[in-house]
Ligand binder design. Sequence first.
Ligand code: NDP
Length: 284
Amino acid sequence: MNYRAQLVGVFGDPVDENPTGVMEEAAFAAMGLHFRYLTLLVRPQDLTAAMQAVRALNLRGINLTIPHKVAAVACMDTLSEAAAIIGAVNVVVNKDGRLLGDNTDGKGFLSSLADAGIPVADKTLTVLGAGGASRAICVECALAGAKTVRVANRNQERGSALVSLLNQKTEAHAEYLPWNGVLTIPADTDILVNATSVGLAPHTDQRPDIDYQGITGAMAACDVVFNDPNTLFLRAAADRGARTVNGLGMLAQQGALNFAMWTQEEAPLQVMEEVLRREFRLPG
Ligand code: NDP
């Protein structure tokens, strides 16, 4: 008999409303795995000690969310190629006391596009925002063969830094779009992504300040915001005839990748998606 569960979890601040634990624990149960997922409040000043605790407590791994993804890079023994380029870690695997940092946010986004039948290769993306989620999405889409990646961000320094990174480290052509007031969506956009936090609960009555008349039926519109997943941005894009992809697919897909890294088993993706739909009271 083995009474010791394998431990994984998430460090964040705030973290109380993060639904990942419900999704991962349902997946462990479905696969008959003796794992537990802990949702842990870790203050920024305690991150280094918390990462040391991953080793001390023999955790199998850990997720990192706001505000730890960038700071955690310095605590890793090794980084995946994606995490090194993105400069942020959202998942850690503890291999015999050595911490490997990876970033599955962008790969999760790519998988959610693939599920929706939306190809990225040779496409032109317009991405709103240049924070952690945007960096992961832009880098992975560029590595997956996107032709052009345009980044619109209010803060020019952050937007330009991401554009320089994409031009230096990937084959894609990247451009910065200044975002002061209403943003005009370039007409050649194939995939429009809201990678800002605008629309995130409790501010579900807000949407990015863009000219929605510029969205056409030839575009796909994607949102990273998953709480609530039926965002005003996506509703407005659907009204304009665009295909839409909400943030739940990205959340489930990156959770499935993390599950596989920790357990060495393929994740039961359907179970994870069902749990999220239930949590957000969406029809099955
Ligand atoms: P960051 O804080 O790193 O970045 C926030 C971005 O949003 C910045 O570019 C910021 O612009 C922009 N922004 C904020 N408010 C506004 C506004 N009013 N108008 C225009 N731009 C604005 O956050 P993250 O990148 O980590 O997270 C962003 C969102 O992605 C969150 O809602 C998060 O929940 C979601 N997410 C979803 C995941 C999923 O699996 N679906 C995974 C990871 C994140 P500026 O630089 O000008 O301040």
